[in-house]
Design a protein around this ligand. Structure first.
Ligand code: FES
Length: 104
C-alpha cells in the first residue's frame, strides 16, 4: 500500500484526485470511510474526480452516470460497466491505497 494523502486533506463527499504508480485514482471520504475508485468514467473516459457525489455515489458530470462507491457498479445510466475499486487503509492520518489489486 502506498500513502496517497492525509485524511485531513479529504473533505466529506468531495472527490479528491491522486495518481498512484501512473494510475489515476479518485478518493471519496464518507465519514470515517474512504473509497478509492479509478478516476475514469467507464462510459467515455472522463475524470470522475471532476464530478460530484450524491446519495447514489459518484456522478460523472458529462452524461450523469453514477457509480457506487463500494462496488464501482453503475447506479445510474448511461454507463453499463463498473469502474475499478481499490483497497484503502487508514493509518492515523495517513490514507493508503493499493493499486495492485481491485475489490471488484
Ligand atoms: S462520460 Fe461519464 S457518463 Fe458519459
Amino acid at each position: 500500500m502506498i500513502r496517497v494523502c492525509s485524511l485531513s486533506d479529504l473533505a466529506d463527499g468531495k472527490p479528491f484526485a491522486v495518481e498512484v504508480d501512473d494510475v489515476a485514482i479518485v478518493l471519496v471520504r464518507r465519514g470515517d470511510e474512504v473509497h478509492a475508485l479509478r478516476d475514469e468514467c467507464s462510459h467515455a473516459s472522463i475524470a470522475l474526480s471532476e464530478g460530484e457525489t450524491s446519495r447514489k455515489g459518484l456522478e460523472c458530470w458529462l452524461h450523469g452516470s453514477c457509480f457506487d462507491l463500494r462496488t464501482g457498479a453503475p447506479s445510474a445510466p448511461p454507463a453499463t460497466e463498473p469502474v475499478a475499486v481499490y483497497p484503502v487503509a487508514i493509518d492515523g492520518d495517513d490514507v493508503l491505497v493499493d493499486v495492485t489489486k481491485t475489490l471488484n
